[in-house]
Design a protein around this ligand. Structure first.
Ligand code: PEP
Length: 259
């Protein structure tokens, strides 16, 4: 079965509006020749979204946000609703990134609330899951991922699940230069797909895009994406320059088309 390839750049707290616009202008030209089945997403900070939506208009680059609140509006200082994102031209939204879980107290329950709000507004969520180094070394990777999937995806129907992209990001590989080997990543992705099958049935599980994230670079993207259950990447550091992001996308496309 062939799933689409989705490569998304998470800019985190980087890039002013002018810097984001310049990056997208350069990226547009660089990726024009990449196979059309590759979906390319950039996720700037909230204040840069408007400029990037404008710069990406009419191109193949889609725009995502890095978080969303679950309430439609109200007294939630500093938060942004799903409708605010949708009406700003945003298509994707990252939910439950490990940095949000680690530094801002997000839990599987709040991931689930945000996810439902994003789906209700017609946004495409990228839901992040992943184990810490301590959890991996303690042999708890599968239990942690199963709990993140069961809690984060609670109450979703199979139809809703078809709109969701998952990103498996081992926390010990994010921003550390330490990548999971392709074999190790594939084994974990296969476990995730097996869990999706248990929760939503075989047909839905076979169709869900599951990205890998954690120090993915132009040099390792092809081999990672060539794995049977890896359908793209969520990229931090390597997405901050048009050259490295475009090269990574080209390599991922090569890995994907060999499957
Ligand atoms: C991320 O922030 O989701 C990420 C994978 O970062 P990096 O590529 O820098 O490891």
């Amino acid at each position: 079965m062939s799933r689409r390839l989705v490569v998304a750049g998470n800019w985190k707290m980087n890039k002013t509006a002018a810097e984001g616009k310049a990056l997208v202008e350069e990226l547009k030209t660089r990726v024009a020749a990449v196979a059309p089945e590759v979906e390319i997403v950039v996720c700037p900070p909230f204040t840069t979204l408007g400029a990037v939506v404008e710069a990406a208009a009419g191109s193949r680059i889609r725009v995502g946000a890095q978080n969303v609140h679950w309430a439609p509006n109200g007294a939630f200082t500093g938060e942004i609703s799903a409708e605010m994102l949708k009406t700003s031209g945003v298509e994707y939204v990252i939910i439950g990134h490990s940095e949000r879980r680690q530094y801002f107290g997000e839990t599987n329950a709040t991931v689930n609330q945000r996810l439902k709000a994003a789906l209700a507004a017609g946004l495409k969520p990228i839901v992040c899951i992943g184990e810490s180094l301590e959890e991996r070394e303690g042999g708890r990777t599968e239990a942690v991922l199963a709990a993140q999937l069961e809690g984060g995806l609670a109450d979703l129907t199979p139809e809703m699940m078809q709109q969701v992209v998952l990103a498996y990001e081992p926390v010990w590989a994010i921003g550390t230069g330490r990548t999971a080997t392709p074999e190790m990543a594939e084994a974990t992705h296969a476990f995730i797909r097996g869990t999706l099958e248990r929760l939503f049935g075989a047909a839905v599980a076979a169709g869900v895009v599951v990205q890998y994230g954690g120090s993915m670079k132009p040099g390792n993207a092809r081999e990672l994406v060539a794995q049977a259950d890896i359908d793209g990447g969520l990229i931090g550091g390597a997405a901050l320059k048009a050259d490295s992001f475009a090269e990574l996308i080209e390599q991922a496309a090569l890995g994907h088309c060999g499957k």
